[in-house]
Write a new protein. Structure first.
Length: 401
């Protein structure tokens, strides 16, 4: 009798209406996909993702996502049934999120993660709240009532550019840093307009902990804005044509072209290592070899992987500056003294097993090296020192009499 009932139940099951599938919104699907990324990380590493500059960028991203999902309780009912690792537990100690704040829509867009990609390393760029504010501040320009007093400055700078005594350089973001200085009296090109920093207000502490300041920026089209310093930085980084205008050249030392009377002296070269040594690889984006040579740079680095001076690995050239009428040895010593506090302290074994300590590798972002070269060119480098903690050049107080 039991067998007959089981057989009947099996036949009836064939005619049963299909089980209703839960219909989820696109937003919910994105949240689930983002949470599954975090789960895969936790399964692989045996722990939840953590914040910290020493952490991998993807772990830091997952840590931000997890913090926000713990706070967005409206999604807990959706995620709790699949949270077999207890990741959403509020009993776990919370850690502060990185500086860039995100609203809920930005988080959800970022959580889209793997919805359209099978590659865990493919991140989708999302405009942060700070980027949105920067765009709004740039757009909110007003008519400059006293533009007549600034117009001669723009005319002079344009004449310098035409004559070649000033040049323009990309406003480079290097290795994730947002630390390039903006000071009173500087000129930039933003959105196709020349911009002059007429005033830098008192330092203020931003909510994310950074130091900021309110600026008065005058534009060559007769408008002005009072945007924040960090907002101007971000706008220049984002503008592919964004440039900074150099100070008037003090000579041909680093000019783009040499004159017939200039005597070539050599090249400053900046190299980045391709070494797989973990001590080197983890600092790759900010670790640079800075040297001066009178020969061909490519020939100089041809056998890099056999030379402990080059960390026994191939290198790539990331910047060069041609020299004219300069003492190469003195210049190299000047640069190495400037960045002495950031010198890499590491022992490398040569081909014969002997320990060698290279002396020309420094933990300095590329944009700082470029800035130092500019200050060497205009003769102001002796007024500056390198601040290792802040990763920037700082102006030194003049010696007291």
């Amino acid at each position: 009798m039991t067998a007959d009932l089981d057989e009947l139940a099996g036949e009836l099951a064939d005619f049963a209406p299909p089980e209703k599938k839960v219909q989820r919104s696109a937003k919910e699907e994105r949240v689930i996909a983002g949470f599954e990324d975090i789960q895969r990380f936790a399964q692989q590493h045996g722990r939840a993702p953590l914040h910290g500059e020493e952490r991998d960028i993807f772990e830091r991203l997952y840590a931000v996502r997890l913090d926000r999902l713990r706070a967005l309780t409206e999604y807990h009912e959706l995620l709790m049934p699949m949270d077999h690792q207890g990741l959403l537990s509020t009993d776990q100690p919370a850690k502060p999120a990185p500086a860039d704040d995100m609203d809920d829509d930005e988080l959800l867009a970022e959580l889209e993660g793997m919805a359209d990609s099978d590659d865990i390393t493919q991140l989708r760029h999302v405009r942060s709240a700070s980027e949105k504010r920067a765009a709004e501040e740039i757009a909110n320009r007003e008519r400059c009532e006293d533009f007549d007093s600034f117009k001669p400055l723009f005319d002079t700078v344009q004449a310098d550019l035409d004559a070649g005594t000033r040049t323009t350089r990309p406003f480079v973001k290097d290795a994730g840093f947002l630390k390039a200085d903006i000071t009173r009296g500087q000129f930039f090109i933003l959105g196709g307009q020349m911009a002059y920093v007429a005033m830098v207000g008192e330092p203020i502490k931003a909510p994310n902990g950074e130091t900021d300041a309110r600026l008065r920026v005058i534009y060559s089209n007769g408008t002005e804005s009072d945007l924040l310093l960090r907002s101007l930085q971000r706008a220049l980084y984002k503008d592919e044509a964004g440039r900074r205008i150099t100070e008037p050249s003090a000579g041909p030392l680093f000019a783009d072209e040499s004159s017939d009377d200039d005597q070539a002296s050599g090249t400053i070269y900046v190299l980045r290592s391709k070494s797989d040594d973990p001590r080197i690889a983890r600092h790759r984006d900010v670790l640079h070899k800075i040297g001066v040579t009178g020969g061909d740079v490519d020939k100089r680095i041809a056998n890099a992987k056999l030379d402990p001076t080059f960390l026994m690995a191939d290198v790539e050239v990331v910047a060069t500056y041609e020299l004219f009428n300069i003492n190469r040895s003195r210049l190299e010593k000047l640069i190495h003294r400037l960045f002495g506090t950031a010198r890499l302290d590491i022992a490398i074994q040569d081909r014969f097993g002997h320990a060698v300590t290279p002396r020309e590798w420094f933990l300095v972002p590329l944009f700082v090296i470029d800035e130092a070269v500019e200050k060497i060119r205009d003769g102001s480098i002796t007024d500056y020192a390198y601040d290792l903690k802040a990763a920037r050049l700082i102006e030194q107080a003049p010696p007291s009499n």
